[in-house]
Structures are given as structure tokens and as C-alpha cells.
Write a protein that binds this ligand. Sequence first.
Ligand code: ATP
Length: 236
Amino acid sequence: MLKIENLSVNYGYISALSGVSLHVTEGEIVTLIGGNGAGKTTTLMAVSALVSKFSGSILFKGEDISKISPDRIVRKGICHVPEGRKIFPDLTVYENLIAGTIGNPSLKKQDIDCLLEENYRLFPKLKDRTKQYGGSLSGGEQQMLAIARGLMMDPEIIMLDEPSLGLAPIIVEEIFELILKIREEGKTVLLVEQNASMALSIADRGYVLETGSITIEGTGKDLLSDQKVKKAYLGV
Ligand code: ATP
């Protein structure tokens, strides 16, 4: 579904990504793990056309999307839930969710009602707080709202940037269970995480990014037992 080929991104003189290639097949959960500054966020931003690419190509369902604008990328069905959630604190939960539909102008009122219902089923905590302001939610609820807002555009693939960041372990577990449910609902997931053990435990496949290059790839299970991954990212 998504294929990144030989992608390089520079920030001025700084090379953030150098020759990154990876793919995500429909229905998969694929994780990209790596330490601080490895280039995980930059990879997602490159897919969303939020940074300019120095070289390489990005294909979505066989179509080259390397040169199209961020709004058109969203309309193709690619959703990016950014690191730090970026929900609208002064809008209610309901309004935040409706804001998510802006990315998909083909949605009709009926579709939006349906998506709202699906999201409230998936995230019952949000249903209880529909009139509450986004800024008054807990960190975990804000993360759920950010994911639910992304799902409101009815994407084919959802890219999640560090959804577990700053959350208590019990909430992290809840978020990872939700990611599995989202896949069960038919979505494809590209998950960027520093919490390598949790991410690999739910992922079909994973890639390790180190200073802008992919160094190891394999199934989630294989990477969990890989000696280098264990030592560098699993604290074993
Ligand atoms: P983290 O987990 O800390 O968010 P990351 O793996 O997501 O890290 P990126 O944020 O993609 O990594 O950063 C990759 C490299 O690019 C790092 O060296 C970072 O300092 C640099 N970088 C990121 N954004 C910018 C920017 N706007 N200007 C200059 N350098 C940047």
C-alpha cells in the first residue's frame, strides 16, 4: 500500500534521512523504532509532504505521491496523527472529531454520523466526554482523541507518531490495544515508537532506524528476539 524508496531528507546541512526504504502492506501494522533523533518523525513528515525530500520516492497504492501537496495526500486516504497529539484544546471533543472530517471533502452527513458512531464505540471514554473541552482531558484521553480525530477522515492508512509518549504504563497498554482494534476495523497502520517492546509485540513487521538509515528489519517477533535490538532498544 505504502512504499518508500531510497528516501533522503536534509534540514539545511543536517542529513536527517539517508536512503530509507520501507513498505507497508494493506492490513499490516508496521512499526518504525529507533532512538531520539533517528529520523522517525521525519519519515512520517516526508510521507505527508511536510518536509521537502532531497531524493527518493513515495508510492501509495502504486501512485507516486512524492510531489503532491499535503492536503491532497490526506485526500488520498493517508492520515498522520502527529507526535504531541496537537488536539484543539479550546474545542470540545465533538468539535475536535468533526474537525477531523475536513481532510476528506467526499464525506456526507450520513458518513460523518456513521464515523462518529464507530469512533464512540471504539473510544467509549470520548463518548462520555463529548461536550468537554479537549484541553481538559487527561493525556491518555487526548491521545485517544487525536487518533479518533484522524479516523474521522476515514483513512486507508493511519500513521501514528509516538502515541505512547508521556503516558502511564496502564494507559499505554490501552492505546496499544486500541491500535490492534483499529487494524481489526480494516485500517493499515504505520506506527512510530520509542517504546520498542510494546510496538514490536503488536506489529507484523518492524524497521529499526539509526541516524537516518534502516539498519535492521524483520517480523515483530524476530526483532523482539534480535540480540542487537534487545541490547539497544529493549534494555535486555
Ligand atoms: P524523536 O524520537 O526525538 O522525535 P526522531 O527519530 O523522530 O526523534 P526526527 O525528529 O525525525 O527524529 O529528527 C531526525 C534528525 O533531524 C535529528 O538529528 C534532528 O535533530 C533533526 N531535525 C529534526 N527536525 C529538524 C528541524 N526542523 N531543523 C533541523 N534539524 C531537524
